[in-house]
Design a protein around this ligand. Structure first.
Ligand code: FPP
Length: 256
């Protein structure tokens, strides 16, 4: 069974701490970190250097999110589709993830950051799976910021895994198909127990969702920023939050 399926077997999600957001601040922000390759190419550097600089930007974004009062931050670090990149780049990216896990975890724990990984973690091999489990365990007590990193993640695969598990249970007679509604379905996603994202940011000027949090983004606001991810910092996040604060969210209802 894939890790995504394993991660979706909780019908009743565990109680998750819900840090109160400041007024006008989104509770949950998702970021599609795009532009590492272009950043490196523009400097005549190998793409791996772009990803390394991207990891530094991720660290800055985590810090800035905590300071802005955001309770939940989800970073799209490696998509299901990224496996199709050249083997060398996949190797560089996975090595970087492992390095990040090894070097950042104690600092995250100290700063009250709880780290979760969503996606098909098993595809990375046993060493990475162990590093992820350790990181989740060491940071489990964090309540200031819930940081989720999407690794080998695809929204469609996540939804299909949830449907598969529900179908299995229905076939085994342990779940009544008539009880399947949106609430129950959400409990089978990798994000079970997390609030939906209020704001999704994508950098590098591209304007696509690229299979990120497809179910969860139903009512998210989108902000597209023209900065390449390795250049991202607190002022960019502040600008995105300012844009978000000016949006009128109606969830399908009419304006008052
Ligand atoms: C998109 O840039 C970025 C990625 C595929 C990887 C994102 C990974 C990181 C930012 C580093 C690791 C992060 C953590 C949290 C440890 P691209 O390569 O698609 O850039 P391009 O579109 O310019 O080619």
């Amino acid at each position: 069974m894939s890790a995504a399926a394993t991660a979706t077997t909780k019908v009743a999600p565990a109680a998750v701490p819900q840090p109160a957001a400041r007024p006008g601040v989104p509770r949950h922000v998702g970021i599609i970190m795009d532009g590492n390759g272009r950043w490196a190419t523009a400097r005549g550097l190998p793409r791996a250097m772009g990803h390394k600089a991207g990891a530094e930007a991720a660290r800055r974004a985590v810090e800035a999110a905590g300071e802005a009062g955001i309770g939940w931050l989800t970073l799209f670090a490696f998509s299901s589709e990224n496996w199709q990149r050249p083997a060398e780049e996949v190797r560089d990216l996975t090595a970087l993830m492992r390095h990040y896990l090894a070097t950042e975890v104690d600092r995250l724990a100290k700063e009250g950051v709880r780290l979760r990984i969503i996606g098909e973690r098993d595809r990375f091999g046993p060493e990475t799976v162990r590093a992820i489990a350790r990181a989740e365990q060491v940071t489990a007590g964090g309540t200031r910021l819930n940081l989720t990193v999407a690794l080998s993640y695809g929204g469609r695969a996540e939804i299909a895994a949830a449907a598969r598990e529900i179908a299995r249970r229905a076939a085994a007679g342990t779940l009544d198909p008539e009880t399947v509604d949106e609430r129950l379905f959400e409990g089978f996603l990798g994000t079970a127990g997390m609030p939906d994202p209020d704001l999704i940011i994508r950098t590098s000027g591209e304007k696509r969702i690229s299979n990120f949090l497809l179910w969860q983004a139903a009512y998210a606001e989108f902000v597209f920023q023209d900065v390449l991810w390795p250049d991202y910092g607190a002022p960019h996040l502040e600008a995105a939050l300012g844009d978000f604060a000016r949006r009128e969210r109606r969830y399908g209802a009419r304006a008052a």
